[in-house]
Write a protein that binds this ligand. Structure first.
Ligand SMILES: C[S@@+](CC[C@H](N)C(=O)[O-])C[C@H]1O[C@@H](n2cnc3c(N)ncnc32)[C@H](O)[C@@H]1O
Length: 278
């Protein structure tokens, strides 16, 4: 029997959203439905995945990708980072492992069409418990850090450092968190859920479930959403964390500046930084 799901294309955002919805019903437990909803939000244009960061990231990542390189993707909300790595490699064969806490994005990756010449595996793992030693020539991580509880950040970074091969490179993207006025957590969560749902509902994309089910999921997830890590306000604060995690930061690049308005109408600086470390 032909397995239609096993032929998903990574740029079929509606197909990815449907797959994530289906897998998320079974797998999204600890994340509160984040990954089950993520595909819909991305297909509706509310999340860009790597988005504008790709332009600055691609040449630096390409420089680190030699034939046969072992690449760890540390944290991935959907197949987006994997697909970016493969596109950046431009035919260079790689051995890629995508690791995440939640099985939903990993199951969606399992539904993709195979990438010719690439070995792609997945591992459901808490990076704070990663036990790989000297294993990866390149570790790529995009926007994973704010999702890690503050008390576990250094442990996660130390584990990634130990997993890096002796001449390996960490290609790490993190954004800073600044707001002129901080919203109360409850007010921000409720406003975010309402705004997100109304944008999804008016997006016109084909939905994988009824609007009522999607609204319920967005509200359920909004309660679990972690408060913004206000201590990560500057690139120096993030570089200090990397140093505490035993990395040597070699380069910091300011990438897209996407200052935006929050769900409660306040301007919030949203700057992405790329850190190359070893
Ligand atoms: C914001 S998402 C990544 C977004 C990224 N721009 C993308 O397109 O995939 C962060 C991911 O890191 C994962 N994550 C957070 N903490 C983790 C941990 N301790 N171990 C493994 N994965 C983790 C989350 O499950 C989530 O999928």
């Amino acid at each position: 029997m032909t397995n239609k799901a096993a032929r998903l294309s990574p740029d079929d955002l509606v197909g990815l959203a449907q797959a994530a919805w289906r897998h998320g019903e079974r797998h999204c437990v600890d994340c509160g439905g984040y990954h089950q909803a993520w595909g819909i939000l991305r297909a509706a244009g509310l999340h860009g995945g790597l988005g504008a960061d790709e332009t600055d990231l691609a040449p630096r990542l390409a420089a680190a990708l030699s034939p046969g390189a072992r690449v760890l993707v540390a944290g991935s909300a959907d197949p987006g980072i994997l697909d970016f790595v493969v596109r950046t490699a431009a035919g260079t064969p790689l051995d890629i492992l995508v690791a995440d806490l939640c099985a939903t994005p990993l199951s969606v990756i399992g539904d993709l069409k195979p990438y010719p010449g690439m070995t792609v595996r997945t591992q459901q793992v808490d990076l704070a418990e990663l036990d790989h030693l000297d294993s990866w020539d390149v570790i790529v991580s995009h926007s994973m850090l704010p999702h890690v509880p503050a008390e576990l950040r250094i442990e996660v970074l130390k584990r990634l450092r130990r997993a890096l091969a002796p001449r390996g490179r960490l290609v790490f993207v993190a954004r800073t968190f600044q707001a002129a006025v901080r919203d109360s957590a409850a007010e921000e969560k409720a406003a975010w859920a309402q705004q997100t749902f109304s944008r999804v509902a008016s997006s016109g994309i084909p939905m994988p479930a009824s609007l009522a089910e999607i609204e319920a999921l967005i509200h359920r997830y909004s309660v679990k959403r972690r408060a913004p890590p206000w201590d990560l306000a500057t690139p120096e604060a993030i570089a200090d964390l990397l140093t505490l995690g035993d990395f040597e930061v070699m380069e910091i690049v300011k990438m897209a500046d996407r200052t935006h308005e929050t769900a409660v109408g306040q301007a919030r600086a949203k700057e992405s930084y790329l850190f190359i470390a070893r």
